[in-house]
Write a protein that binds this ligand. Structure first.
Ligand SMILES: Cc1ncc(COP(=O)(O)O)c(C=O)c1O
Length: 429
């Protein structure tokens, strides 16, 4: 243990980290492109984009310059009663790339707050009109963040257990795994028919934290159609799927009906700064446009629309909208599919799938798939020792690298995983 790690242990409490039984956190000194460099000089490829946020590589000079320039000019200003060019520019640009029905941008500072804002916006939309609709539909296995509203609409499991008594009541439909779509459709129809549903919140097409699980676009289209026909607000949590992750700019670009509210974060700044964004239709905002003060949306954060974060997001969009970035996403998708073809028949592999720039599969362990499956505790240090940051979700191994990752790095990652699969049964961890 280095003296820095010792100091860390004395003073810092890390996220999602048991306080006993784990190795000390690695000291990272710098990062460039897809690589993290430790204090001891080890190079680690960031195969999970540092919790899915990084899209153009670390310490990107173009984003770093934008952050520098903005910090020297206007680092922050209260966003109530004041505004600034970086926020206005970003809002206009986001609305240009989002589906046409999106009309207004509300800023916050992370994925959970983006979701929190979305839920509150939807509930108050009805409240402001004197309409009694109190319930919300969510999907089993969902992860929408760690604040109380976001936890309420997420999977009730080990992470939420201490808080379950304080979470509001939500109508969960089953996760529509392959073959169960009609059952889930009936659950959804029955709930909509109660007339008490204000909103339906979902991670479109892929549920991230529950193990990169894909579900039927067809079913989602049907559910959204029925919801919107019945005045139920559809909230797409695109915190993970947004900004090209699934190939298209947003997952919603693959849907027929367009969500009423979008929650965005992670890749929005290219992963360089903390930012959350919630967008909505003009219809939703119209319920707030009133001389009655009580119809105001009383929500905000100290760092709402932080100019440096907005500048980073504008710079990231410049990069994201280039043909080169689109080519990188296509290339990544092709490489993943080639890898998929190699692992498909492997006895240690279950349910391999590629979704845009993500590839995932379940390790064929005896225990069921879940975040707490022990495989994760062996796999993480194993891959770190090979120079790869891969953080399995239980026994689900997934790769979600920055789009700029080279073919050579991908080759190294795939072959390391193939070797691992071949040797897994004989390994003693
Ligand atoms: C779909 C989804 N929504 C919300 C969140 C929460 O975002 P944050 O960790 O920035 O609060 C996450 C984080 O992984 C997520 O995957």
């Amino acid at each position: 243990m280095t003296s820095w790690q010792e100091e860390d242990g004395k003073h810092i409490w890390h996220p999602f980290t048991p306080l006993q039984g784990l190795d000390d956190p690695l000291m990272i000194e710098r990062a460039e492109g897809v690589n993290l460099y430790t204090e001891k000089g080890q190079k680690i490829i960031d195969v999970i984009s540092s919790w899915w946020v990084n899209i153009h590589g670390h310490s990107h000079p173009y984003i770093a310059q934008a952050i520098h320039d903005q910090a020297a000019e206007l680092e922050h200003v209260i966003f109530a009663g004041f505004t600034h060019k970086p926020a206005i520019t970003l809002a206009k640009r986001l609305l240009e790339i989002l589906p046409d029905n999106q009309s207004k941008v509300f800023y916050s500072d992370n994925g959970s707050t983006a979701v929190e804002v979305g839920i509150k916006m939807a509930f108050q939309y009805f409240h402001n009109q004197g309409i009694e609709k109190k319930r919300i539909i969510a999907i089993d296995g969902a992860y929408h963040g760690d604040t109380f509203g976001a936890m309420s609409v997420g999977e009730r499991g080990a992470f939420t257990e201490p808080f379950n008594p304080y979470l509001f009541d939500v109508d969960f439909i089953d996760f529509p795994s392959h073959g169960t779509e009609e059952t889930v459709w009936h659950q959804f129809e029955t709930l909509i028919a109660t007339g008490d549903i204000a909103a339906f919140i979902f991670e479109p097409i892929v549920q991230g934290a529950s193990g990169m699980r894909v579900y039927s676009i067809d079913l989602l289209n049907r559910m959204m159609r029925l919801a919107q026909k019945n005045g139920v607000i559809c909230i797409a949590d695109e915190v993970m799927t947004g900004f090209g992750r699934l190939g298209t700019m947003f997952a919603a670009d693959q849907l027929e009906n367009k969500p009423d509210i979008f929650c965005l974060s992670k890749g929005i700044t290219g992963g360089a700064m903390a930012m959350g964004v919630t967008t909505c239709t003009d219809e939703i905002q119209s319920a707030y446009r009133s001389s009655d003060l009580m119809k105001t949306f009383f929500h905000g954060h100290s760092f709402t629309a932080n100019p440096i974060a907005c500048a980073a997001a504008n710079a990231s969009l410049d990069l994201l909208l280039t043909a080169e970035c689109e080519d990188d996403r296509t290339r990544l998708n092709q490489r993943h599919n080639e890898f998929l073809a190699k692992i498909e028949g492997h006895e240690m592999v279950r349910s391999p799938r590629v979704m845009g720039t993500i590839v995932a599969f379940e390790l064929n362990t005896e225990r069921e798939t879940s975040y707490l499956n022990e495989a994760r505790h062996h796999l993480y240090p194993y891959f770190i020792s090979k120079g790869l940051l891969i953080r399995p979700l239980g026994n689900v191994i997934y790769l979600i690298p920055p789009y700029i990752i080279s073919d050579d790095d991908l080759e190294f990652i795939y072959s390391t995983i193939l070797n691992f699969l071949d040797e897994y049964q004989s390994m003693t961890f």
